[in-house]
Design a protein around this ligand. Structure first.
Ligand code: SF4
Length: 453
């Protein structure tokens, strides 16, 4: 059993799409576990809590042959499969020993999508019904599975996800020939409809006693919503294409999260990066930052990037980069600007914007007061008017760009930057940038296309 576990936990480690944000269900009498406290991987809930999940495959046997996947059918590795009973028992044992708070269940495709889904449903059913486990469960749906089975799984699990895999249909066709964009988007659309049904049921439930019995008893579908994952850096799509796709998925299917997974080469393939290519972690980081701007700060992908400048500046976070490219938007008067406008200022987040709006009638907003409210002046000072700086700092864009270089780029290793080098940016090759001074020069070089230049 432990040997199986080792294989199947390792097989699941490339999947990034597992956070538990959105589940809010307390244990009922006689049940164990609670999705409120929950989420052996660590994930982060929407409120920033760190939660632990058993992240495991039901099997690493697969009839599909995705070029990027260690479990693909043509890869010669030992194959192991949990029975539903084994996996349910293991999960509950781990839970009782306090190792985990929930389960993230995925699987290779065993025999057929429907057969695999039936076994996954059985695992979750055993946990929910036999063990009365009420903790968080995130399950992957298998592309091509019947809608009835997706429904059954969604009624039992808190969150479902189906991986979009690649930013373009062409890359999907080339690297995952057994999957189609349609087989991925169809369940996404169907799940979205069922989730809207949850919402309508909740709206009707306001006067619960007046709700027809059948409606009251109606099962609710994946109450923590759905998510997806895209592999980054294995294929030639730009950040602009990736972000536009994510934006479309958020709008059309109301996904809770799009996860970006820096490609880790595990197998040789003529269409994939060489085995010694480092995963593009800095690029992944920039995409997560930009994704946050889409979801929380109402930015549009088209504001952050454009077809003629389709990749993020590796040296600056996307919000600083946007601000430097839009000097016409600044400086912002913190005493008067609305919250939406304040959120556009680097160094002002949601909490500090709320405090500024709430307190500015009674507090003089000078730099010291803004700092107390949580504003990061190191970034914000270049873009605002405050009581003690009524005319703003008025520094040249290049000087500001130099001051805003993201020191975290070094945490990702400077080799990462080489992934941005080919093509449009004209950056130096791998290993050419060795220190902050050179990074600063390169950042300014990238910004050379900006409005201040
Ligand atoms: S379907 Fe593709 S990605 Fe999923 S386990 Fe099988 S080969 Fe891997």
């Amino acid at each position: 059993m432990m040997e199986k576990l080792e294989y199947l936990v390792n097989g699941a480690k490339y999947d990034a799409a597992c956070t538990s944000s959105g589940a809010d269900r307390k244990a009922e009498p006689g049940g164990i576990g609670s999705a409120v406290s929950g989420g052996c991987c660590h994930s982060f809930a929407a409120d920033g809590r760190c939660i632990s999940l058993l992240k495991v495959l039901m099997t690493n046997a697969c009839i599909y042959d995705c070029a990027y996947c260690v479990n693909r059918r043509s890869n010669d590795i030992p194959r192991v499969t949990f029975t539903p009973e084994e996996l349910a028992e293991l999960t509950i044992q781990f839970y009782r020993r306090n190792y985990i708070e929930g389960l993230f269940l995925s699987s290779g495709v065993l025999r057929s999508p429907d057969y695999t889904m039936e076994r996954m449903i059985r695992v979750v059913e055993l946990l929910r019904v036999q063990y009365r486990f009420q903790g968080y469960i995130h399950a992957k749906t298998i592309p091509g599975a019947s809608p009835e089975l997706v429904w059954q799984l969604g009624v039992l699990a808190d969150r479902l996800s189906v991986n979009i895999e690649f930013p373009s249909e062409q890359s999907l066709r080339q690297l995952a020939p057994d999957k189609t964009r349609q087989a991925i988007l169809a369940p996404m659309g169907q799940m979205h409809q069922w989730m809207q049904g949850n919402r309508q049921a909740l709206e009707i439930q306001a006067p619960a006693h007046r709700l027809p019995a059948a409606r009251r008893a109606a099962p609710r579908f994946a109450t923590a919503g759905q998510a997806t994952q895209m592999i980054i850096g294995a294929t030639p799509e730009s950040d602009y294409q990736i972000l536009r796709l994510a934006q479309g998925l958020y709008h059309k299917y109301e996904l809770k999260r799009v996860f970006y997974s820096a490609y880790i080469p595990v197998l040789e393939h003529s269409l994939l990066p060489a085995l010694d290519t480092k995963p593009p972690l800095l690029r992944e980081h920039r995409l997560y930052q930009a994704d946050f701007l889409l979801r929380q700060y109402h930015f549009a992908a088209e504001e952050l990037l454009a077809p003629e400048a389709p990749n993020f500046n590796p040296y600056l976070d996307p919000k600083c980069n946007w601000a430097l490219l839009h000097p016409e938007f600044f400086p912002i008067d913190v005493q008067r600007a609305g919250k939406e406008t304040l959120l556009r200022v680097p160094g002002i987040g949601s909490r500090s914007a709320t405090r500024i709006v709430a307190e500015r009638r009674s507090v003089k907003l000078d730099f010291a007061a803004l700092k107390r409210m949580g504003v990061v002046l190191k970034r914000a000072q270049y873009f605002i008017l405050a009581a003690d700086h009524p005319r703003g700092l008025h520094l040249p864009g290049e000087t500001v760009a130099r001051a805003l270089i993201d020191p975290k780029i070094f945490a990702f290793g400077m080799e990462q930057l080489s992934l941005f080098s080919p093509g449009g940016l004209g950056l130096p090759g791998a290993g050419d940038v060795k220190n902050l001074r050179e990074a600063t020069e390169e950042a300014v070089l990238v910004m050379g296309r900006s409005a201040y230049a």
